[in-house]
Design a protein around this ligand. Sequence first.
Ligand code: TYD
Ligand code: MG
Length: 448
Amino acid sequence: MKVSNLYICSNCAYENSKWLGKCPSCGMWNTMQEEIRAAQPTQTARRRVEAVSLQDIPLNEVRRTGSGIGELDRVLGGGTVPGSVILLGGNPGIGKSTLLLQVAQSIARQGEPVLYLCGEESLQQIRLRAIRLGVDSPGIFLAAEQNLEFLAEYIEKIKPTNVIIDSIQAVYCSEVSSIPGSVAQLRECTARITEIAKSSGITFFLIGHVTKEGVIAGPKVLEHMVDVVLSFEGEKSFSFRMLRGAKNRFGSTDEVGLLEMGPVGLSEVLDPASIFLSAETALTSGTAITTSVEGSRPLLIEVQALVSASGPNYPKRMAAGIDQNRLALIAAVLEKRLGFHLSACDVFLKIAGGVFLRDPSVDFGIAAAIISSHLDEVIPAGTVFIGELGLSGQIRPVTCLELRLKEIAKMGYSRVVVPKQGRLPAMADLNCIEVQTIDEILELIREG
Ligand code: TYD
Ligand code: MG
């Protein structure tokens, strides 16, 4: 068969016959990868599909099936939709295989067979994990198979309602000559899976590796082809995990699932508000409490900062739990607006519990922790800071203020510093202090 060389952009799947340093389609550098492809087989005759009027399309209600893990169902929008393809991405060792084995157990217990295609681990390894998790349903069928051409045969024999592919980077189609995990393989394998899912109504869970930048390895088209993209986040050294929706064709991507990894696998976190707070209230400088709304749930978050003289070296900005650039930006605002000489200091920041926060309303808490460490002044106990920090030092309004305040009051805090944003909801036992700019915080910290 004729073989042709091709270069494919790993970001946008743009194809070119020659290598290029910069992709002309998406503008990214060094993303063109060589693919050696067999010539496409000639197309078989296809039936034309009739176009129908929008109004004539029957409105079937989306039927959802519970996955047995409430937090996963929450992120999916109430359960899985038959015929959908769900891509689950996350760092190695975060618990992707564990989560899906638990899902397999609960589906199989409902009397529906589940096929688990393990392209990475041996059957023994999966069995050992299953024993640890207490997964023992005879309705889970495992196959240590990497060749996707046999998928249809397995499906024919087992007749599963759900198929788990661990992982999409480990499977291949032999018609494509490049190695598993390459752009062409990922595209072809995902296209085949999607076709089977749509024609048979089987739900597919695909495990996807992530690159060191945290994005799912492979072209962006992979994410375009599937119905749902979920990311499984957390620090391996901590037990809490967050399940976020990056794309969902059957629901919103606003919800977040919270799970805890324990000795017998993942369990749901039932009262998540305080899980990221330390057991003892630290009476040291550099610690501040803030809130982050994840999905529809407010969480109380402890921020720890350490500001120390950087000596002759270039000042460091190191953050765990927020974007590094965001820390650099907050430190720069404090330098400019409060006159702190932070450019001569290293600033280290840590969000307790190993979560990664994107909610901008934690800015104020981060700023408070940095100020507290820099001045070596302890923030008065029972104080919470909420607000986004503007470049000119103003404390900007946040979303879901009432929801946050209710949770803060429920957790027994007495004082909250909030941005000025219209009428505040009346809260007994909670002293709300409204501020407009970052310099107002200095008095609050100093008055103790
Ligand atoms: P795993 O599901 O293999 O991760 P992934 O598929 O994302 O690479 O989970 C790996 C980690 O989870 C492993 O280091 C051990 C830990 N773990 C537990 O803490 N408890 C358990 O019950 C199981 C099965 C795993
Ligand atoms: Mg795995």
